[in-house]
Design a protein around this ligand. Sequence first.
Ligand SMILES: [Zn+2]
Length: 269
Amino acid sequence: MTDDEFIQSQPWLSVARVTPILIITLHSTRGPTTQDLQYQATKNWMQSLGNVGERSDSDSTPLWGSSTNRIIGSDGQMCTAVPDDRYCTYGAGFGDVGSWAVDHYAINIELAQATNDQPFTDATLERCAQVCADLCRQYGIPPVWLDDVDQTAGPVPSGITSHELTDNGTRLRKTDVGKMFPIMAFMDMVKDGMELPERVQERVQALEDRQAEMLLKLDKVLYAIQDLQAALNAVADILILSPGDARAAWEVYQSGQYPRPVWPPIWPP
Ligand SMILES: [Zn+2]
């Protein structure tokens, strides 16, 4: 594994952080060059005078630009572009009105990928998993994948996510980190990388096995109930209701159109 690199990003690309680090947000570089050149290209962009999203009206000072905390290349090389004690002025910002900014709570990581169809290299994924494992340990972030970051609700969630799964990503129709990112396998790598003590790992594994077993049993019970319901309805001149049907049944019953007696007896839900 190569040593980490550090670069000095343009000053308007970050601000001193005053909020806790709770989220890791993954992105893909998607620059107009080959996969192996994405790393250098993104480093250049972070140092470029042209990386300005908006300037102040009064004196034209750059206010913000597209920014990231880390960049991981196709050979697994990593660069810190914005240190953890500063947040990016734009990595994945706000959703709609009334939302909180993901960047205020996140470490953003850019992964080398030229297009949404290009697979990430193993070296990129392995390095990213190790970095995420280290960040999870360091900041107490649980190694869980966040499927939907609702930026209007509180409290701010904690875990690992991708730009497209935030409200900001939805609003801007982002497609990174994208369909080629192997979420399940990656999260396993992160958990492995956290090097939990063996007895903790065994306990986690046992709990996961137990959960899978219970879900299987629950499925069987639900199928059995459905079969029973169907069988009873077939032989009896009564209609068996599941609890979710109660309100609808009550409304029909009240309308005087209910054709058959029901079980359990209907009362207002
Ligand atoms: Zn992004």
